[in-house]
Design a binder for this molecule. Structure first.
Ligand code: MBD
Ligand code: FE
Length: 289
């Protein structure tokens, strides 16, 4: 527990953040669940997944003790609601690579487990919803949304969500206002945005849940570097889901979620008004096929 500038932030129990992430995911994708993947494709992929696990057991001569530890752990992942966390940390990056391999525009990155749709709408130069005296270094994030051919996209919308100065996300940790550090900006007529927020802290995976148990048992670390999450939309263009990072973070090189790319590194400068930092970054979108 840390106390800072009058805010008391408590690490959410793994089962709290995990349960909420599972629930939000179910709500959001409920309509696309079941029957959307072709039977032949399920047969092919499920057979390969089962075979991959059997190959590991045979090649590594996995014992009953190891099998039972694995079984107990899988049960705990579900009990803690940590399937979204587990999958987004250890698998989504490959899915994202496949999904965006054809693009010429900006690089994307994974969505992760903490996105919420329909965040408050703001003007192109608006300030993100935050608490009075929100702890953290002020950050002005400006830039332009363009098409790959250079056209500014005046109908674009930029969604931003990120952790607070203690590494916690609103709606997934207790005691934080609902839309804190979540917002949606309409760009101006030149496709520009000038977003005012604070710099997030690095994120640590809950240590008291199944994912934390795996990390401890394997001797790994539990950190993601500090990051800003974005979704950039424009009619007729592919949705860009991205994360941006800050130079010098100790975990830029060994992100537990393997979601850092060199193109996603920001270059913040001390702010002109002496308060915090300014950073410029442009988003370039691919036309829809
Ligand atoms: C995060 O904040 C995140 O962005 C990802 C991908 C996984 C876990 C926590
Ligand atoms: Fe995140």
């Amino acid at each position: 527990m840390t106390e800072q500038d009058g805010y008391l932030s408590e690490a959410p129990a793994a089962a709290t953040s995990g349960g909420l992430a599972s629930e939000r995911f179910r709500e959001r994708v409920a309509s696309s669940q079941g029957g959307v993947v072709d039977v032949e494709r399920v047969n092919h992929l499920a057979s390969r997944a089962v075979k991959a696990l059997n190959d590991i057991v045979l090649e590594e001569a996995v014992s009953y003790d190891e099998y039972n530890a694995f079984k107990a752990w899988l049960i705990k992942v579900g009990e803690d609601g940590e399937w979204p966390l587990f999958l987004d940390v250890w698998l989504e990056h490959s899915v994202e690579d496949v999904a965006t391999a054809h693009r010429d525009g900006s690089k994307g990155s994974i969505e992760g487990p903490y996105y919420i749709e329909d965040s408050p709408e703001l003007e192109w130069d608006g300030t993100i919803p935050m608490r009075e005296d929100e702890p953290g270094t002020p950050l002005s994030f400006s830039g332009q949304v363009r098409a790959v051919d250079g056209t500014p996209l005046k109908d674009a919308r930029v969604e931003l969500w990120h952790a607070d100065n203690d590494g916690f996300y609103s709606q997934f940790a207790p005691g934080i206002p609902e839309w804190n550090l979540r917002g949606t900006w309409a760009v101006n007529d030149d496709g520009r945005f000038d977003i005012h927020t604070i710099r997030p802290a690095p994120y640590q995976i809950p240590t008291d849940g199944a994912c934390g148990q795996l990390i401890a048992a394997a001797g790994w670390h539990a950190w993601r570097p500090a990051h800003l999450h974005f979704k950039v939309h424009a009619p007729g263009y592919e949705l860009l889901t991205a994360q941006l990072y800050f130079p010098g973070d100790p975990h830029n090189e060994d992100d537990i979620a393997s979601a850092v790319k060199p193109e996603l590194m920001l270059d913040p400068k001390p702010a002109a008004d002496g308060k915090g930092e300014d950073v410029v970054y442009d988003f370039v979108l691919d036309p829809e096929a």
